[in-house]
Design a binder for this molecule. Structure first.
Ligand code: ADP
Ligand code: MG
Length: 692
């Protein structure tokens, strides 16, 4: 459809934001509202308040700023109330041709008083030029009302976005309401179309505070609806999965005997409990879809090994998928250790296996000669075929997407799936991302573990850290020294690590074996270094974050993290999880340079807490859900109105309503309609691969 004012150039800018259709525009809500019903005269402004002012530009100039020429742009505004307001913009040179004398402008910003001149000032206010379209019939859109503020893409102004949305709304006919009528009535929800209109252009008597808290009746309705369909989709998926024919593993005495023979230590209470949950799922005639959550070091791998035995003793194969080669290698080592005495064949397949190895392993797997295949993405490639895949274990699931999970699962006939993650996921997020999985939690560490003591040390006192490391090594322990890697520049981190390795091995710790591990090494080289470290021949391991997940050397008791301020909380927690794996007291030392606000917050969180859940929650708060889970791959649904963090309580209401709707639909007809609607409109967006 054609919207007046949107030519090819503007269409391209909209497109860059994912706004392709009129519908997209309507589902692109304002992120803030400004109350321009009651604009303040300049003379009535009070310092400290956030205010909207409509005034004329009297003068404007670009000034140098002190010695450094920062190009401060300064404009004086007046509105006939007798007082004047000065707007200031640093690096504002570009405004010279924008804010020119005579223009009428709406300003929104924090009002302050210049202590020298006594002038009212506002720094970097938001502004909107009003005069050019004063004659326009649409001028009333921008003044004398609550106006929506959009994140305007590209060079579009928020004013233009507002106009475009308004015209789009005018042109389309109201869209039908799809929410089941019973739910609408019961929750007294606003109807769909008025909710859309009012979210963009709130009525004259709307409550701006509610709007800016995203809790106006119109916004609530739209947020609720988004969560409702998502939760319905998940509920349908779950109930469908319960009907599927899966493998019913036999839990006989032989299985129990094998597990007993394998166990290197007494499982913790939590491990026993989750194994029971898993075993019951595996025995049931429907496919297991279970998430095993447990903090780093809680012993998830052991539980996975027990589950693997159940499958293998029933003549099925097991696949273990890990996100990195190091972690795959670790699992391979771990499983081989446990399983060789049981006579099971364990194989490793990664991207850096040679062509010959790959061919060989694939043949064995297809022939059913390999009991456990462990590997990275290489395992889910199309040409990997299993003879009889019965259990798929996916470690660190948040690094894989729904699609990859499915690809592995499709290598068997409804195999059981065990997903493991050390990223403790706050409850509401778990509902959303892993809503189609049942959950088991290991909430207990193996006995004798002492919480890791975490210290923050400024980099100018690094010598003290080194002498501490030396003492620990002399006492027979081992240490990691980690250098940060920013995803794009493993090269630079490698260089830093190489340099430090030289410095540490030659100058700081002469006579102590210092190893080096980084992402640029071949996998044999990596394995060789890890092997030396594991055997205790290398005492200090200098490394980049390739070490982050899963590495398990209980004798390592010191984790020194350099430039710790450059790491995110989740990463720091993962890194710290590499120590404290034995019964000896372990230490994590966070070395930093100067800290900014958020860096300080992160370091403080780490020093104060070893609780993965608390840390994850802080991380989520500091970074928001998008970044928390990295890419879209994570399976985090793309939401337009709802925000999982901000709208937790709405999500919970939606989940309740969805569950009861799916379990007790008002009529078969209505459920059918809902399923169809989800299929048509929401399935792809939510990554709900098969619904209903
Ligand atoms: P996770 O994968 O949950 O981070 P791991 O499975 O790597 O944790 O286990 C961490 C360490 O604890 C490993 O060295 C493992 O052998 C050990 N471990 C696991 N379970 C127990 C237990 N019940 N008793 C003692 N040590 C255990
Ligand atoms: Mg693990």
């Amino acid at each position: 459809m054609y919207v007046k004012g949107v030519g090819p150039a503007r269409a391209a800018m909209l497109e860059a934001k994912g706004l392709l259709t009129v519908e997209d525009l309507l589902y692109y809500p304002p992120f803030r509202y400004e109350d321009r019903r009651n604009v303040k005269p300049v003379s009535a402004l009070a310092p400290g308040e956030m205010a909207t002012v409509i005034a004329e530009v009297r003068s404007a100039r670009l000034a140098g700023f002190q010695r450094r020429n920062l190009g401060m742009f300064q404009a004086t505004f007046a509105d006939g109330s007798g007082a004047r307001l000065i707007g200031k913009w640093f690096h504002g040179g570009y405004l010279q041709s924008v804010i020119t004398p005579g223009l009428k402008i709406a300003l929104y910003g924090k009002i302050e008083i210049d202590s020298y001149t006594g002038d009212l000032v506002t720094l970097h206010p938001e502004f909107e030029i009003l005069s050019e379209e004063d004659e326009d019939a649409e001028a009333a859109l921008h003044l004398g009302r609550i106006v929506p503020i959009y994140e305007a893409p590209g060079k579009l102004t928020t004013r233009l976005m507002r106009t475009i949305v308004y015209r789009a709304l005018e042109r389309v006919s109201p869209v039908e309401d799809h929410l089941p009528a019973g739910i609408r009535q019961h929750l007294k929800l606003r109807d769909f179309w008025p909710a859309i209109v009012e979210t963009h252009f709130p009525p004259a008597d709307a409550d701006v505070r509610l709007l800016n808290a995203f809790r106006s009746p119109a916004q609530f309705r739209l947020i609720f609806e988004e969560f409702f369909w998502l939760e319905c989709g998940l509920a349908l998926k779950r109930s469908r999965a319960r009907l599927e024919q899966g493998i019913s593993f036999d839990l006989n005495d032989r299985v129990r005997e094998k597990i007993r023979a394998m166990l290197p230590f007494k499982p913790t209470g939590a491990q026993k409990r989750v194994l029971k949950e898993i075993a019951e799922d595996m025995a049931a005639p429907r496919p297991m879809n279970r998430l095993l959550q447990g903090d780093v070091g809680s012993g998830k791998t052991l539980v996975a090994a027990e589950a693997a035995i159940i499958a293998i003793e029933n003549d099925y194969q097991v696949a273990v998928l890990a996100p990195t080669e190091i972690l795959a290698g670790q699992h391979h080592f771990y499983f081989k250790n446990l399983f060789t005495k049981l006579g099971y064949i364990v194989a490793l397949l990664t991207g850096s296996s040679t062509q010959r190895e790959k061919t060989q392993i694939k043949k064995l797997v297809a022939a059913g000669m390999v009991h456990v295949l462990i590997g990275t993405h290489a395992v889910i490639e199309a040409d990997v075929e299993f003879y009889r895949l019965g259990l798929a274990v996916i470690d660190e699931q948040h690094r894989f997407g729904v699609v990859q999970r499915l690809r592995l699962v499709q290598k068997g006939v409804h195999p059981d799936v065990l997903v493991m993650t050390a990223t403790p996921i706050p409850r509401t997020l778990a509902l959303t991302i892993y809503g189609d999985l049942d959950t088991s939690v290991i909430d207990e560490l193996p006995p004798g573990r002492k919480p890791v003591v975490t210290k923050h040390v400024s980099e100018d006192r690094i010598e003290q850290v080194y002498s501490f490391v030396k003492k620990q090594v002399e006492a027979g322990r081992q240490a990691y020294v980690v250098y940060p890697v920013i995803e794009e520049s493993e090269t630079r981190a490698t260089k830093a690590a190489q340099k430090m390795h030289k410095h540490l091995s030659e100058t700081v710790f002469p006579g102590i074996a210092v190893g080096l591990l980084h992402g640029r090494l071949s996998s044999e080289e990596k394995e060789a270094v890890m092997d030396l470290f594991k055997r205790g021949e290398v005492k200090i391991l200098v490394t980049t974050t390739v070490i982050e997940v899963g590495v398990d050397v209980p004798n390592a008791t010191v984790m020194v993290i350099e430039h710790a301020e450059r790491f995110g909380l989740a990463q720091l927690h993962q890194l710290r999880g590499r120590v404290g794996r034995g019964s000896t007291q372990s230490y994590c030392i966070l070395v930093t340079g100067k800290l900014n606000e958020s860096g300080r917050e992160r370091i403080r969180t780490m020093v104060d807490s070893t609780d993965g859940f608390h840390i994850a929650e802080m991380d989520l708060k500091l970074r928001g859900p998008g970044e928390f889970f990295g890419t879209k791959q994570s399976g985090l649904p793309v939401l337009r109105f709802g925000n999982i963090l901000r709208d937790q309580e709405v999500l919970e209401v939606a989940q309740r309503e969805a569950a009861s709707f799916v379990e007790h639909p008002p009529s078969a007809e209505e459920l059918k309609r809902a399923v169809q609607y989800i299929r048509d409109h929401w399935q792809r967006r939510y990554g709900l691969v098969q619904v209903g």
